[in-house]
Design a protein around this ligand. Sequence first.
Ligand code: SF4
Length: 100
Amino acid sequence: MSDSQGQSTAEALEVWIDQDLCTGDGICVQYAPEVFELDIDGLAYVKDSDDELRQSPGATVRVPLPLLTDVADSAKECPGECIHVRRVSDQVEVYGPAAD
Ligand code: SF4
């Protein structure tokens, strides 16, 4: 448990969307429909395994490990640069506009 360097895939991650920047193109929904959904307002929101959209600003859901690649690709391809994936432990963004 001493290896805290890098982006261990075993590390718990969470994801949130900045709806102020969302263009509503739905790319994230194509990549990971289990985690992202477009609401009737035309913007994307995160959702948990209960399928309930999290609509409060900055709301996060855990990234299921099997979906990590899809969620990371969503953050990379998001034209609004508004998908943020960060480590739960220290809140450091690992995918998204604030990641290096
Ligand atoms: S990919 Fe980004 S801009 Fe497009 S719908 Fe998803 S969150 Fe919004």
